[in-house]
Ligand binder design. Sequence first.
Ligand code: TYM
Length: 337
Amino acid sequence: MDTPAETKKIIFSGIQPSGTLTLGNYIGALRNFKLLEDEYQCIYCVVDMHAITVRQDPAALRRRCLELAAIYIASGLDPKKNVIYCQSHVSAHAELAWILNCFTYMGELQRMTQFKDKAQKHADNINAGLFTYPTLMAADILLYQTDLVPIGADQKQHLELTRDIAQRFNGVYGDVFTVPEGYFGKVGSRIMSLQDPTRKMSKSDPEDTFISLLDPPDAIRRKVRRAVTDSEADIRFDPANKPGVSNLLSIIAALTGQSVEEAAAELRGQGYGKLKDRVSECVIETLAPLQSEHRRLMADKAYLQGVLTENAEIANRMALRTLRKVQRKVGFAERLK
Ligand code: TYM
């Protein structure tokens, strides 16, 4: 693939290679990545630089970067059409993040709920990277003149900050950045924990609270069977009063294309056991092809490494166009080469 034509609109999104991906990542983000493959030039990043804002085992992180690239491809993204690469391979991300740090206020970063959550979870390591995480995310997005960012609801606040930073910068220097929009699925932009359905499903929580994309069928059935519901026996979508049941209905709806009401109507009058069986069935059916393709790809690391190398070159060329413009605008010394 050459450097993509400038006429197509751009989609950018990223996922952290910081643990096994969850069904939340899949429903909230990954499954939407493919939807607009033909209309847009899509760029999907393995955000390893974001991942080190919490301590990582180096060997595990390296393996997970390849694993995530394999998951992107196994979910149906063609690496010849989509730019799939690692963030750390394109140094423009770090360079633009520095500049954007100088256009972001401490107060804005202090308000970020993800920072507050992570600072609480990692009280012994509240590092500056954790704090400035959103400016690196803004750099990821703005470097590619992104139009659309498919993400789950938990990343909405970061996207809003990205838009604010872009508008602030454009206000000073003219139209340098495209101001991106978010893209959220109709259902499932916030999949909840199986054990505490008032909290989002998260890969950093205990095993039984989430479904991993690589869980075998029996683990999926076991986790879903133990999912917290409520003491009624009424299957209806009502997130405020029935968060557990509503979460299960969202999963079915997201994976089948039904609305939550249709999913509920189909199961009305049957018990929660049946509801859970239906959830397991949909999840297992969705993940089976992804898992077998993932296994196949992981057996060919040279191929994956080749994809990442080739695509990083393309990303680098695209990113440098914006970075050089930004550097000129802010007044950095001219480069003769
Ligand atoms: P990360 O790695 O935590 O999650 C990846 C994507 O999955 C979505 N997601 C969920 N969606 C629904 N329900 C859930 N329970 C759930 N959990 C996670 C997230 O919203 C996300 O879309 N900061 C980002 C990664 C990032 C990024 C970017 C995203 C870095 N740079 C630029 C978009 C554009 C993150 O930590 O995602």
